[in-house]
Design a protein around this ligand. Sequence first.
Ligand code: PXG
Length: 479
Amino acid sequence: MNTSTLIAPPALVKRDQQHDTAAVQALDSAHFIHPFTDHGDLATRGSRVIVKADNIYIWDSEGKRMLDAMSGLWCVNAGYGRKELADAAYQQMMTLPFYNSFFQTTNVPAVRLAAKLSSLAPSVGGRSFQHVFYSSSGSESNDTNVRMVRRYWDLLGQPERKVIISRENAYHGSTMAGASLGGMSGMHAQGDLPIPNITHIGQPYFTENARAGESRADFGVRAARWLEEKILAIGPDKVAAFIAEPVQGAGGVIIPPETYWPEIQRIVDKYGILLISDEVICAFGRLGHWFAYEKFGYRPDLVTFAKGVTSGYIPLGGVMVGDRVAKVLIDQGGEFNHGYTYSGHPVACAVALANIELMEREGLVERVKNDTGPYLAERFEELNAHPLVGLAETCGFVGGLTLVKHKATQAPFDAHLGVGMICRAHCFNNGLIMRAVGDRMIISPPLVTTREQIDELMGLIHTCLDATLADLRAQGQLA
Ligand code: PXG
């Protein structure tokens, strides 16, 4: 028997609201296996304990305040401490905390939210989104996509259309289907992934994949044509769908050239394959639009969402089902043998409605599009003058900068130096949450971030880049 469970846990929060960091860390490493974490390593270092948050700041158990330029994990779009969202959850929990939506049953928040989401998803080229399928996360939503896409082609009498094409370095979640759709080789290596009939093409990452002298525009078209080459190699009558993030998030904020999406649209139209836009990060104002396909002007058939729909206050995800797919499922479908206990969870849907209402009231999407997004772009691009920065770029309220060894040639550092991790450590020490993906530093700030706070953020980034530069010079890695 594990005796530790019989012992009362130590008091983790003392009377004066001070936290016993060491006690939390000990209990953490004894019992909590964290996602995407080397548990053995964590046990020797101890976790950072986050205890509270407000607006765009978080505090750890030692009282240190940090500017959270990652919105938690790309999700706290409305910022922390929004009473409206807590009130919505409380009211709904007291009225109807749960009921399922199987067996011809529904609930009011789920219905209201589905109608609201349908009204927010713009029609493009005569295609609209009138239906929503709910889940509790981005991963589950992409599992739904795989099931729904295959069901669609089965119903149309083309069951041989099974292959879903995705991209290398994409992130579509961590379930078996989500990780298979994703293009992360480290994830594929654990668990015999991808599952059958999922394959990948290259990503539209100009810095890494363009040829010498190739323009951004030419590269965008060439990268999109990798899709056509793959379709032809597989056989067009075997391809079911193409899935992609509008801007790759977890892969390092990879912003495609402007020519990329129009060429992708031409190709999916030519071969009649379904287009899935995975907007788990990019929707709900992140790129200055409720849905990101509008920004790039393409016409998806299915749109994955999660994270920002509730600003991360409570788990909710789903798929916006476009008319083309919905019509077949509804008119010809019969029962679709798929769903989750928490599909259409009333509390999650009530919080999402309150979140959308708050975002509309404060004009957050327009603010990012017309005011703070352009201001962030202007300030972030100033980082291009820093000796360590190869390319700093933003799209709406996501940004990425590459740390390079030689500015003129864009030559990267040796990977073993872990320059991104050195920079990230300086960020933590200086009170800034900025992510490192290899040597690319990325941000995704809450949409409530003001111009003054963008100035504060830029000051912190400069401090951390300077500290990283000083370290590398001291190590003799730079002249
Ligand atoms: N699609 C996309 C585009 C995502 O960014 C998922 C699906 C999966 O969502 P869930 O809710 O199942 O986690 C995501 C999630 C990172 C990081 O390191 C990014 C995500 C999740 C965890 C870590 O940037 N994105």
